[in-house]
Design a binder for this molecule. Sequence first.
Ligand code: BEZ
Length: 210
Amino acid sequence: MGLHLGDAAPNFVADTTDGEIDFYNWKGDSWTVLFSHPADYTPVCTTELGRTAALKSGFDERNTKVLALSIDPIEDHHGWAPDIGEVFGTALNFPIIADPDHKVAELYDMIHPGEGDTSTVRSVFLIDPANKIRMTMTYPKSTGRNFDEILRVVDALQIADQYEIATPVDWQPGDRVIVPPDVSTEDARSKFSNVEEIKPYLRWADNPAK
Ligand code: BEZ
């Protein structure tokens, strides 16, 4: 059965480029982006891991750890990792899980047989400090993901959790926010600045984090 938003992220022990980890112990009370890619020594995956390495300070600023996975063996991960730094300018700075027996990939339903073979598709799980799954994305093998979008979702969830607001289409940090449907306009005016009622169900407010 697949994992759903709000489910507990399953724990596991796995071999990684930084040694064996117990996922929950490694993660601690950070947010975590757990993402799979199809294979080592492949072009799209190399761009994705290079971009993720370059975004390390952005993830750190958001108390967010990053953990990659493919079903290739640890020797391949160690052999391929230097290419990522060589080609994209930032050395690998997060662990990659080696999952040759598919243990973690199956636990997180990252292998989709209709996508051609038993390698993992491009799955993303954003997991919060309480180990709850808060966002998932699944991309096909041929399409590289947008890691700025993953950071944007981290920002959106963190501000939503802190201030009990929602965020609109294409929201960026600093933009105005949305009053959620279960908060009355009267209550919103006592909690937020500059509440603007466009429709009874569509209320904007100034960004409370600003
Ligand atoms: C890649 O990472 O380049 C890739 C992997 C599997 C299928 C297609 C592309």
